[in-house]
Design a protein around this ligand. Structure first.
Ligand SMILES: Nc1nc2c(ncn2[C@@H]2O[C@H](COP(=O)(O)OP(=O)(O)OP(=O)(O)O)[C@@H](O)[C@H]2O)c(=O)[nH]1
Ligand SMILES: [Mg+2]
Length: 667
């Protein structure tokens, strides 16, 4: 089956856990003829959620891809996890699609993740569709929910169809508005969308005012609709029951007729170069140009090996195409090219611009790698997705001696699959630390490691990642002079340091006048200064947020050598730090605690004793509450045990780094 770029639609299903994304994914595959019968979560036989752990827990933990060939259209669907603990794979999926369909539960309404995904998708320039699912269920309140959606996300959220016959079907309000809906008038809903769409551009508006809706050509209305989706001027709402199939065919139809193809979506944010010389470049969804593709998902299948899933943004990838990875010099040959259907992969010959495909067994490919077929496309990368920084850490060691090497290998593989699961090894402490977004996240990743690779670990809390900085500006000086028998060593450095804003990192400048120190020794001074950064000056922690400016010094025409300036740079920096009020910083994290309403008082009470700032609470489905707070990481070392005790095991939490603060000031 061959399809061209304009036939492709890429859609990620995102939203709150339990809203029905995986079931809707299944229903869409079924309605589009990709599978004969639809599986269910209860029977554990869906295309997505194929992993045994997902089936057992009845929640998605990874992004799953499958495609539908329907009515001349090739639709790539990505099901994503709704648990915030697994938002690494969810956010990654946003880099591969034009449209984010945010699935909302008609019974329980808007959840924490509904809001987050609405914001994320908008920030990424994606077209958004809200799918109100579960319209068949008892207690479904689609009318009230529609009002709430418009209230919360703006009046640009407008129904394209409406539930009818008590939620057992839907009626179209856009293409052929007729019939009775369960609430609101079909004609009125139609009018509202048309009014919203024509507003986007003056020409269309004038045509509409002069000639009425009939006077607009199909393509004119279509193009205005696409512009609305691109600019976030319209967020269509569709209604479904993934369980009964109501509204599912209609959603496929909307996908085909209205959702952007790769040429109609906002162009992907590619950047060429780095630092000050970085500039945006446009990848054009033209199959005849050079290849540019971005890897947004890695799976390490114990049987198939490493599978790298990528989105082609430009050009055409064929079997036998030679592709470079990032700035690598040596290309690899695409031996086999696949498209995915859950855990299955199906061999294909080509993937044109806009499509999603995969290659197997290319070990050098990593998450977010750019694949391309010409050195003109070196130094290109996709604008980073801004993943939350994982802050829940555990130090791990193999439960059985002799598995150290295997542990390192399999942890690295797991890390490739989830950008919010990180592994670091501290040589100094000989400690391996795994970090994730929550205790549950880390626990499940370690469980997966045991299940998939047979490696078990013992865990304990890691040391807190403190940092050092300086609180004021100061000057430092050092003269390094050594005379040992033959040749001597000489180097003298004057420098100035200033605190930088929190999170700014490190800056090194040079303002040496009149050749007091020849230019060739400046890198040596910087090297010496940087030696201090790693271990700090007062407590052994990395030093950050400081600017160093070397402004004077002296050299000796015979005895000045690199080593002398390395030593002088390091010691002059230490001298300055000692006078600049050195300070230890501690990590402050954003903490989201999900608990049943009855426990909110206990949670806020205990957080108050932990130097926490409570930022607010959100009400979720079924009376659950999210308490949002900022708290020093050091205070919540063993929070999972404490939370379990306070809530009888009914609480969950996630952490991400917010910022660093001086230890003394926050006590
Ligand atoms: N009545 C009814 N139940 C539904 C519908 N869609 C899903 N469900 C049920 O809701 C539960 C959760 O559905 P999932 O599809 O796993 O939800 P999800 O959004 O994928 O959840 P996460 O993977 O955790 O984010 C399952 O028991 C489904 O059978 C629907 O349209 N109607
Ligand atoms: Mg799911």
């Amino acid at each position: 089956m061959s399809h061209g770029t304009p036939d492709i639609r890429n859609i990620a299903l995102a939203g709150h856990a339990g809203a029905g994304k995986t079931t809707l994914f299944e229903a869409l595959l079924h309605a589009g003829g990709a599978i004969q019968t639809a599986g269910t979560i209860d029977r554990g036989n869906t295309v997505s959620d194929f992993d045994p752990m997902e089936r057992e827990r009845r929640h998605s933990m990874a992004a799953t891809i499958a495609s539908i060939d329907h009515d001349g259209c090739h639709i790539n669907l990505i099901d994503t996890p709704g648990y915030p603990d697994f938002r690494g794979p969810t956010l990654s999926a946003l880099a591969a699609v034009e449209t984010c369909a945010i699935v909302v539960d008609a019974v329980h309404g808007i959840g924490h993740l509904t809001r987050r995904m609405m914001e994320r998708a908008k920030a990424r320039g994606l077209a958004r569709v809200i799918v109100v699912n579960r319209i068949d269920a008892e207690g479904a309140r689609p009318e009230a929910l529609t009002e709430t959606l418009r209230h919360e996300f703006g009046s640009e959220c407008l129904p394209l169809n409406l539930p009818a016959q008590g939620g057992s079907t839907v009626v179209d309000c856009f293409f052929n508005p007729s019939g009775e809906a369960d609430f609101s008038s079909v004609a009125e809903a139609h009018q509202r969308i048309i009014d919203q769409v024509v507003e986007i551009n003056e020409t269309v508006m004038n045509h509409y005012l002069d000639l009425g809706e009939e006077g607009l050509s199909g393509s004119e209305l279509h193009d205005a609709f696409e512009q609305c989706l691109r600019e976030g001027h319209l967020v269509p709402i569709c209604y479904t029951s993934a369980r009964t199939g109501a509204g599912v065919r209609e959603l496929l139809d909307v996908t085909k007729r209205l959702l952007p193809n790769p040429l109609e979506g906002n162009p992907p944010p590619f950047i060429k170069g780095s630092g000050a010389s970085a500039e945006p470049i446009e990848a054009v969804a033209d199959p005849d140009r050079h290849v540019i593709a971005d890897v947004f998902k890695i799976v390490n299948d114990p049987f198939v090996g490493k599978l790298s899933v990528f989105r082609v943004y430009q050009g055409t990838v064929r079997r036998d195409t030679q592709l470079f990875i990032d700035d690598g010099r040596k290309p690899f040959k695409v031996g086999h090219l696949f498209r995915l259907k859950g855990k299955e992969h199906i061999e294909i010959d080509v993937a044109v611009a806009g499509d999603i495909a995969a290659v197997a067994k290319v070990d050098e490919i990593h998450f977010d790698a750019v694949l391309h077929d010409s050195h003109d496309e070196d130094h290109i990368h996709l604008k980073p997705l801004d993943f939350p920084q994982p802050m829940f850490g555990l130090a791990v060691e193999p439960a059985h001696k002799g598995q150290e090497q295997k542990l390192a290998t399999v942890l690295a593989r797991l890390g490739e699959e989830d950008p919010c699961f990180q592994v670091e090894h501290s040589k100094e402490l000989n400690e391996t630390i795994v970090r994730g977004l929550s205790d549950l996240h880390v626990k499940l990743m370690l469980e997966r490691m045991k299940e998939r690779y047979g490696v078990e670990v013992k865990t304990r809390p890691p040391r807190i990642a403190y940092r050092e900085t300086v609180a004021s500006a100061a000057e430092g000086h050092h003269r390094h002079k050594k005379q040992t028998g033959g040749a001597g060593q000489f180097g003298e450095v004057y420098l100035r340091i200033e605190p930088l804003p929190r999170g700014a990192g490190f800056e090194f400048n040079e303002e040496i006048k009149g050749g007091a120190i020849p230019g060739q020794f400046v890198p040596a001074i910087e090297k010496g200064v940087r030696q201090v950064l790693e271990h700090g000056a007062v407590a052994g922690y990395p030093l950050q947020d400081v600017r160093v400016t070397v402004y004077d010094g002296r050299h000796h025409s015979v005895d000045s050598k690199e080593v002398a300036f390395v030593a002088a740079g390091r010691k002059a920096f230490l001298d300055a730090i000692a006078k600049a009020r050195p300070t230890v910083l501690e990590p402050i994290v954003n903490l989201d605690v999900n608990v049943p309403e009855a426990h909110v008082g206990d949670i806020t009470g205990s957080l108050a004793g932990k130097r926490a700032r409570i930022n607010g609470t959100d009400v979720l489905r079924g009376g659950e509450i999210v308490v949002r707070a900022q708290v020093p990481l050091a205070e919540i070392g063993d929070y999972s045990t404490e939370l379990k005790a306070m809530t009888g095991g009914r609480g969950r939490y996630t952490l991400e780094l917010s910022h660093y603060e001086p230890v003394a000031a926050s006590r």
